[in-house]
Design a protein around this ligand. Structure first.
Ligand SMILES: C[S@@+](CC[C@H](N)C(=O)[O-])C[C@H]1O[C@@H](n2cnc3c(N)ncnc32)[C@H](O)[C@@H]1O
Length: 315
């Protein structure tokens, strides 16, 4: 990519590698490789549970001394700055050398640093022997508070999957109007609300809807939830998420699955579907085209594999 504007760094457990790649294919139009990627697309790192930093490139040079010369010419003057080294996979620079380089950078920036509470973070990194200087925006991990939501159940989606489903449905676009067609206790809704998206939820089960409402209220989010069969919803949405019943707490079979999917197809043209079973044939029969797919293992007391399909209505 000639002159990319951003470098994104990522962090994930190995069992979430495919999930992270799926997400990056829909936010950045390319899969993350070696836990970082270059892109011209600007997103807030906090929309993903895997993005660690966004590095906005202002200088790129194939020699470190030329990078320092360029930085000198910039005459940066800033009070309360911090300098941080962004270590990317494949960068052989040792720790003491990295500290030395941070000192070099700090000397060339005029102003008093503030390491504890910086007004801006300047950063350098090395990828394939090219040195980059720029501004670093770190993710805000405030969303982790949702792990302590008042109501949960053992097979609720984990926060990483819930955040990824929101990114997949919205493609990182905050103006997307979303539906959580089988919202359960509202795990996905909390992540959409946190990301500033408009989302409505629907569930056929009264107890689930009560728990969703209490979970939303707990974090002061205001979203509409409908206690009804999704087949009776009439609103239209830009995208929908369906975490299908797993036939554990709520009964499910192919007829129920196809009814839920076909009802949601009438409300939205982009649908992200999660299921414990292989329902590819049911999805295709409902008039959806599968555009992407991955599987994620569920860890913990009950272990199983979830499949995630990103689908769009056939035109
Ligand atoms: C796997 S759970 C969703 C869990 C949710 N994602 C969470 O993490 O809390 C599936 C949900 O689908 C709901 N459901 C089943 N059939 C439905 C239908 N026809 N319309 C709407 N919701 C339905 C069930 O009540 C159940 O809460």
């Amino acid at each position: 990519m000639p002159n990319p504007r951003y470098i994104y760094s990522f962090n994930y457990d190995y069992h979430h590698a495919e999930l992270c790649k799926l997400e990056s294919r829909h936010i950045f139009n390319e899969a993350v490789l070696n836990k970082f990627l270059f892109s011209n697309i600007k997103v807030d790192p906090s929309i993903s549970s895997f993005i660690k930093n966004r590095f906005e490139i202002s200088i790129s040079e194939d020699s470190y001394s030329r990078l320092l010369d360029k930085l000198k010419e910039e005459n940066i003057c800033c009070q309360g700055f911090k300098a941080e080294y962004m270590l990317l996979e494949g960068d052989p620079t040792e720790y003491t050398e990295r500290l030395k380089k941070l000192k070099d950078i700090g000397i060339l920036i005029e102003g008093k640093p503030d390491v504890q509470n910086p007004s801006i973070i300047y950063s350098i990194c090395n990828s394939n022997d090219i040195w980059h200087f720029g501004v670093l925006v770190k993710r805000n991990t405030d969303w982790r508070k949702h792990k302590n939501k008042p109501y949960s159940f053992s097979n609720s989606l984990c926060i990483h999957i819930a955040k990824t489903l929101v990114s997949l449905a919205s493609k990182g676009n905050r103006t997307t109007k979303l539906l959580d067609a089988c919202c359960g206790v509202g795990t996905v809704m909390l992540e959409a609300c946190y990301a500033g998206l408009s989302i409505e939820g629907c569930d056929i089960n009264l107890k689930s809807i009560k728990h969703t409402k209490q979970n939303l209220e707990h974090y002061k989010y205001t979203s509409r939830v409908y206690c009804m069969d999704v087949k009776d919803l009439t609103q239209k949405y830009d995208a929908a998420i369906i975490d299908l019943p797993y036939n554990l707490y709520s009964y499910s079979d192919d007829v129920i699955t196809s009814n839920i999917i076909e009802s949601t197809v009438k409300l939205s043209s982009r649908i992200v579907i999660v299921s414990k079973s292989d329902i590819e044939a049911v999805i295709k029969k409902s008039g959806l085209k599968i555009i992407d797919f991955c599987t994620v293992e569920k860890r913990g007391r009950s272990m199983f594999t979830r499949s995630i399909w990103v689908c769009e209505k056939e035109v």
